[in-house]
Design a protein around this ligand. Structure first.
Ligand code: PMP
Length: 400
């Protein structure tokens, strides 16, 4: 008998990206497709030491069930980490630890979204958020972005028109767009939240991965300057891109009432994030290794981003248009179709695979009105020589 699934699953489909990832096993392929940090960059020694200290100093709690809100030592360390990142005055009890920031997004959906609720997201935005919010029945509305992030005038119109349950933004080094919201727009968005009494979800897994200068302060940090905005703000953070995604340590900062409901839902879901992973992360942060780790990964990604940008300009010239990112993991590009060359990201992705290089076409990242000419290229996991070779293959694919 065929299994009959819950009707909420009708809202989502297996992503086109997942299908593409199946092809990545092809021998010799250079991948610009993943959203992963480079595993060669993991601070294995630091994590080993942190693990050993967790086991020798606190085995009873590190291996035991723990509080749903999170391991106390980690909540304390994360509050300190947020202060380092410019958000002063966050107390350990203002945040809960989640199993990756992905779970924080799921808890946002679970606690706030009823079927039929409108939710505004950027076009393009993080694919897993599109899928996750749709599972809860959200009707997604796409707000256009440009090089300075979401267009606030348009966002204001959409908020007024749709009265959304919440607005979901990746203000800093967006996935997939690489775009960063300007300081002026950040302040305006916080004002809009207050004027329209609309919840804003700030997803910020990449903010610490800047290349030259730090990005503008997070919405969370800026909320101190806009009275009434903190009560309307949810901030999701993660150690995945800066330390290790395998640890599955993320967090959520939200007004107390929402945090309480999210904690309740988390309790029924996974009881708590792995205490062992949390104890390890807390030991790591306490040992003070994070600043050096951040400097190291920033320098490597900055160089790779430069290399990829230069190679794209040299190999693909006028056939491709992109803004050089100032942080994060991605170059978001658009095929111009100049000279009669390919202008469809999906067709280009197929040709690229034949040439031995993979990337993700941009269309699936839009909840509506996809731009088929777009593509996302990750510069994070290939070293510079492979980036150059991969981009040369892209050039051949475009000419093929
Ligand atoms: N948000 C964004 C924008 C992401 O790109 C990612 C990871 N690709 C996540 C959230 C989830 O990350 P994690 O669960 O590993 O913290």
């Amino acid at each position: 008998m065929p299994i009959s699934f819950a009707s909420r699953l009708d809202q989502v489909e297996t992503s086109a990206i997942r299908e593409l990832f199946k092809l990545l096993g092809k021998p010799g392929i250079i991948s610009f497709a993943g959203g992963f940090p480079d595993s060669a960059m993991f601070d294995v020694e630091g994590i080993r030491e942190a693990t050993q200290r967790a086991l020798s100093e606190e085995p009873g709690s590190a291996l035991q069930y723990g509080a749903t809100e999170g391991y106390p030592a980690l909540r304390e360390q994360l509050a300190g980490y947020m202060a380092l990142r410019g958000a002063q005055g966050i107390q350990p009890e203002d945040l809960i630890v989640t199993t990756g920031s992905q779970q924080a997004l799921d808890l946002v959906g679970k606690t706030l979204i009823d079927p039929g609720d409108k939710v505004i997201v950027e076009g393009p935005t993080f694919l897993a958020t599109i899928q996750c919010f749709r599972l809860y029945g959200a009707e997604l509305v796409s707000a256009p972005i440009d090089a300075d992030g979401v267009q606030v005038d348009r966002l204001e119109q959409l908020i007024a028109e749709h009265r959304p349950r919440l607005v979901y933004l990746i203000p800093t080094f967006g996935n997939p767009s690489g775009a960063t919201l300007s300081l002026q727009r950040r302040k305006r968005i916080l004002e809009l939240a207050v004027e329209h009494q609309t919840l804003i979800v700030e997803d910020d897994p990449y903010g610490a991965l800047y290349f030259d200068a730090p990005p503008p302060a997070s919405l969370l940090a800026l909320s101190a300057q806009v009275p009434g905005s903190r009560e309307l703000l949810v901030h999701c953070g993660s150690l995945s891109k800066v330390l290790s995604p395998g640890l599955r340590v993320g967090w959520m900062i939200a007004p107390p009432a929402l945090l309480a409901k999210a904690t309740m839902c988390k309790q029924f879901s996974d009881a708590h994030t792995s205490t062992f992973a949390q104890a390890t992360a807390a030991q790591y942060l306490r040992a003070g290794r994070m600043p050096a780790t951040l400097e190291r990964v920033r320098a490597v990604y900055a160089q790779r981003a430069r290399t990829m940008g230069e190679a794209l300009r040299a190999e693909l010239g006028g056939a491709i248009d992109f803004v050089q990112p100032h942080g994060g993991l991605f170059i978001w590009a658009r095929l111009t179709g100049a000279g009669g060359k390919l202008a469809d990201g999906s067709a280009f992705a197929r040709k690229a695979i034949e040439q031995g290089v993979a990337f993700v076409p941009g269309a699936p990242f839009y909840c509506a009105h996809p731009d088929p000419a777009t593509l996302r290229l990750s510069f994070a996991t290939a070293d510079e020589a492979r980036i150059r070779e991969g981009v040369a293959r892209l050039g051949r694919a475009l000419d093929a």
